[in-house]
Design a protein around this ligand. Structure first.
Ligand SMILES: Nc1ncnc2c1ncn2[C@@H]1O[C@H](COP(=O)(O)OP(=O)(O)OP(=O)(O)O)[C@@H](O)[C@H]1O
Length: 241
């Protein structure tokens, strides 16, 4: 699928945001081209962190940087980002091919031959060849997630944000999808940020961890260091599952 050379480091520089009664103050660096897991208790601010990177939330102070570029003023559609959520954002009334094609061109205009080829190649890549005309409600959870991955592949964006993408899947399928994500990541080299509640997924997928609590980033470090932080009750509680 070709390496995405410009995968950036993502930096939150003294970012401040208030949502209801919750005040966020976030400083972090998310390494370029790595898979970083975002973990922490419910309500810690994990989804808010992704929303700030994607541009669905705007800080009241501070900056969001992709390498040296300040993306804070940019609308979500102007940021070089793909998103995958638990419900995988598919349109139920559009077939698999069209759902993936929307990644290339976010309108229903007909694609040219090279774009159609890219969509077909992505479907082959994620193991969905022959399913082009199926509608999402007729697919299994794992197949729907593969459609979402195919769409990410055709978008070719250097940043991929995932909010508990596999939480709705049973454990066996979760492992399969984690392997597929690892494989796609090796091929694209994009900067991946994945929110997870699953310690096994964190171990298996990530090289770095951001651990959040109460709207703060408590730890940002390589996964191996995080896994040795069993002296911290919150970390050992997370790792116990
Ligand atoms: N639009 C909003 N209005 C008011 N408060 C909000 C809003 N969005 C988030 N919050 C609050 O901000 C805090 C962080 O929420 P967030 O969804 O980012 O947490 P999370 O770590 O993703 O939680 P979970 O693991 O339960 O999904 C919570 O206390 C939440 O209630």
């Amino acid at each position: 699928m070709g390496n995405i050379l410009e995968a950036p480091e993502i930096r939150l520089d003294a970012v401040e945001l208030t949502l209801g009664a919750t005040r966020f103050r976030l400083d972090c660096r998310i390494p370029a081209g790595a898979i970083t897991a975002v973990a922490g208790p419910s309500g810690a601010g994990k989804s808010t962190l992704l929303n700030l990177i994607a541009g669905f939330e705007t800080p009241t102070n501070g900056r969001v940087l992709f390498d040296e570029k300040d993306v804070t003023p940019l609308h979500p559609s102007e940021r070089p980002v793909s998103l995958v959520f638990q419900d995988n954002n598919l349109f139920g009334h559009l077939d698999v091919f069209t759902n993936v094609a929307l990644g290339v061109r976010p309108s229903l205009r007909r694609l040219g031959p090279p774009e159609r080829e890219a969509v077909s190649a992505a479907l082959v890549h994620v193991g969905l060849a022959g399913m082009e005309h199926r509608l999402p409600p007729s697919l299994s959870g794992g197949e729907r997630q593969r459609v979402a991955f195919a769409r990410v592949l055709v978008r070719r964006k250097p940043v991929l944000l995932m909010d508990e993408p596999f939480a709705a899947l049973d454990p066996g399928l979760r492992l399969d999808m984690a392997s597929l994500l690892s494989q796609l990541h090796r091929e694209t080299g994009s900067t991946v940020v994945i929110v997870t509640h699953d310690p096994e997924e964190l171990r298996r997928l990530s090289t770095h961890v951001l651990f959040m609590d109460r709207a703060n980033i408590l730890l940002q470090e390589p996964t191996a260091d995080f896994l040795s932080h069993t002296d911290m009750p919150m970390v050992s509680q997370f790792l116990a599952g």
